[in-house]
Design a protein around this ligand. Structure first.
Ligand code: COA
Ligand code: AMP
Length: 635
């Protein structure tokens, strides 16, 4: 099929409002919007300002009404518990209404915030939809975060209720969630009124009388009563969810998502970007704690009447590197979306992809990769072993849906390995130098998007318009700063090379090295520290912390290193994958006292580096190189 990308992009650029008004017909409105965009409202404008809709209605009820009630909406596949279960749209409607009824009984109403700290179980998805149904704002916190991080989020959004489970299951270990939740509530100054706790058979959690409510019995009772909870008609601009993501400090940013614009953008992307039709099976092998999970495990596939797969397992070890192929075969997956790190993990275990021969993958039409840079080597390996298009696409928590990619639904463009291809309609992507001037094709610079951002992207941060403006809009007036660096070539292909801030990408998870530094610096023996991301063959990057100890500390440095590793795990969580703390005598700095993290990273990654002209003492870099070599880091 010839690509209709150029015509579609031109159509959008010629008349953005007309384009998105047309796309708005892809969802059901209780009050249809009379205008697409109002640039006078909000920080940079609001999409569909006078429209009213409901995300849960669009994802569930309307499909039952349209005759899809008996179609599978969600397939739960959990190799870690040995369960596979399928829920029809009618089943989902019943589950969601029952949870919504329980939330209302607990005092949750429109606009209240509900935190979800949940493993990958169907109840988590149903709970998200239940919040959406009654207009409550959900905020899902990834299970790999520690109590402290959870507490920060409970406080920031002032959660009224927390929905959690007794445990999550990681290969070889059961992760007790409830003690982490209890500790978080202890730390938080905003105490939620209630916690709705799903007791899993693998581990029972103790409960706090008066505060904790049993999920299964309460929801079961509401279901038995056949409680009907109508969908609340919400303003398109009302918040659907808050998703916290790493910023440049320990204080995470609450990315806000609205209802109307998000649904319109997701519906457009499912058809025109991912090329998925109603009734087809879409599998995003991510976690509901990340934006990929929000957009393409929960809302996107359900919005179009597709079937989504909720996978509680890993690409390897549950039980082997053939796990993904089994899921594709068993559920007839049409499109798989995951992070390149998953394919690096599979390739490491099964370099020739031999396990693929044991499965029938004929249903699979494409593999989509995002979340981190797709290194051409891994991408080409995936193309070779799967024999389907492998599509790298680029976006971030803030945007909620892809900014650049090869649009399967419009007909694929020629692939350039290492590039997520072209900007999608809605995004006018430019590359600017640090002074804000456009650079020539092929020249590295700051990647920015001309305002207004399209529907679906964040209108602001939760309760923090000024922080949003300062972090994302102020540096390059008229543009949204992505904080990614890269270039656009002569053919208009976008290349994303690195971040311009302190964010690193660890196994597709976004982490702030600044936040890890804040924790390292809390250790009483640490005088100062620097955390950098060093290259890792599977995870892409892993954090490494360099510690300078207070003078006079006589304890073994290896003991302190272990303590700092434990501290980061305790304060941020296992997701930080922080295993490398290294004591050094001094940190390399410029004469003005700035730590030369970039140069340290190049040394660690064995990349060519230049002695910075402003360095205070060049000998320190040799010391760092010697320490790294002695520990075989970056070898
Ligand atoms: N709850 C509790 N702990 C969790 C967790 C959760 N939901 N998810 C991960 N963790 C823990 C892991 O058990 C691990 O702990 P450990 O230090 O005791 O081993 C730690 O957090 C780091 O996890 P992870 O970075 O996922 O590493 P891993 O070695 O367990 O797995 C991959 C590596 C590549 C297999 C895994 O990251 C993966 O499947 N990635 C797929 C892509 C993906 O999900 N990307 C997200 C955005 S699209
Ligand atoms: P997150 O908000 O966790 O989705 O992380 C977003 C960041 O991940 C982006 O700003 C990029 O730095 C990186 N990223 C995501 N997808 C890609 C991609 N396809 N290529 C390169 N980097 C990517």
């Amino acid at each position: 099929m010839a690509s209709s990308y150029a015509a579609t992009y031109a159509q959008w650029k010629g008349d953005p409002s007309g384009f998105w008004s047309e796309a708005a017909a892809g969802i059901d409105w209780s009050v249809a919007p009379s205008v697409a965009f109002d640039g006078t409202r909000g920080v940079y404008g609001h999409w569909f300002p006078d429209g009213e809709t409901n995300a849960c209605y669009n994802c569930v009820d309307r499909h039952v009404e349209a005759g899809r009630g008996e179609q599978a909406a969600l397939i739960y596949d959990s190799p870690v518990t040995g369960q596979v279960a399928s829920f029809t749209y009618r089943d989902v409607l019943a589950e969601v209404q029952a949870i919504a009824a329980v939330l209302m009984k607990l005092g949750v109403s429109r606009g209240d915030r509900v935190i979800l700290y949940m493993p990958m179980v169907p109840e988590a998805v149903f709970s998200m939809l239940a919040c959406a149904r009654i207009g409550a704002v959900h905020s899902v916190v990834f299970g790999g975060f520690a109590a402290n991080e959870l507490a920060t989020r409970i406080d920031d959004c002032r959660a009224k209720v927390v929905i959690s489970a007794s445990c999550g299951i990681e290969p070889g270990r059961v992760v007790a969630y409830k003690p982490l939740l209890d500790a978080a509530i202890e730390i938080a100054s905003n105490k939620p009124d209630h916690c709705l706790i799903l007791q899993r058979p693998e581990l029972a959690a103790s409960t706090v009388s008066g505060r904790d409510v049993d999920f299964t019995s309460e929801v079961g009772a509401a279901k038995a009563e056949g409680t009907v909870v109508p969908c609340v008609s919400l303003h398109a601009t009302d918040p659907l969810y808050i998703l916290y993501t790493s910023g440049t400090t320990g204080q995470p940013k609450g990315v806000l998502r609205d209802n109307g614009g998000y649904l319109v953008a997701l519906a457009w992307s499912m058809k025109h970007f991912y090329g998925v039709e109603p009734g087809e099976v879409f599998w995003a092998a991510s976690d509901i704690g990340w934006v990929v999970g929000h957009s393409y495990i929960v809302y996107g596939p359900l919005l179009i009447g597709g079937t989504t797969v909720l996978y509680e397992g890993k690409p390897v070890g549950t039980p082997d590197a053939g796990a993904y192929w089994r899921v594709i075969q068993e559920h007839g997956v049409r499109a798989l979306f995951t992070a390149p790190t998953a394919f690096r993990a599979i390739r490491k275990e099964d370099p020739e992809g031999r396990l693929i021969a044991d499965y029938d993958l004929s249903s699979l039409r494409a593999l989509f990769l995002a979340g981190e840079r797709a290194d051409p080597d891994t991408l080409q390996w995936a193309e070779r072993v799967l024999q389907v298009p492998v599509i790298d696409h680029w976006w971030q928590t803030e945007t909620g849906w892809p900014m650049a990619g090869n649009p399967m639904g419009l007909g694929l463009l020629p692939v350039k390995h290492g590039s997520p291809t072209v900007p999608l309609p809605g995004y006018e992507i430019e590359v600017l130098d640090d002074a804000g001037h456009p650079v020539a094709p092929g020249t590295l610079g700051n990647i920015v998007v001309r305002l207004p951002l399209p529907p679906g992207c964040l209108p602001t941060f939760w309760n923090a318009d000024e922080r949003f403006h300062a972090a994302c809009l102020a540096e390059f007036p008229g543009y949204y700063k992505t904080s990614d660096a890269g270039y656009i070539d002569e053919d208009g292909y976008v290349f994303i090379m690195s971040r311009t801030d302190d964010i690193i990408n660890v196994a597709g998870h976004r982490l702030s090295t600044g936040a890890i530094e804040e924790v390292c610096a809390c250790h009483p023996d640490v005088a100062e520290c620097a955390v950098i991301g060093v290259a890792d063959p599977v995870k892409g990057q892993v954090p490494a912390g360099f510690l300078v100890l207070n003078s006079g500390v006589s304890r073994e440095s290896s003991t302190i290193e272990q303590e700092v590793v434990a501290l980061v795990r305790e304060r941020i969580g296992p997701v930080a994958a922080f295993k490398m703390a290294i004591c050094v005598k001094r940190l390399p700095k410029t004469r003005s006292g700035k730590i030369l993290r970039g140069t340290m990273q190049k040394i660690a990654d064995r990349e060519p580096w230049k002695m910075p002209a402003t360095i205070d003492d060049p000998a320190i870099l040799d010391e760092i190189a010697a320490v790294l070599a002695a520990r075989h880091i970056g070898a």
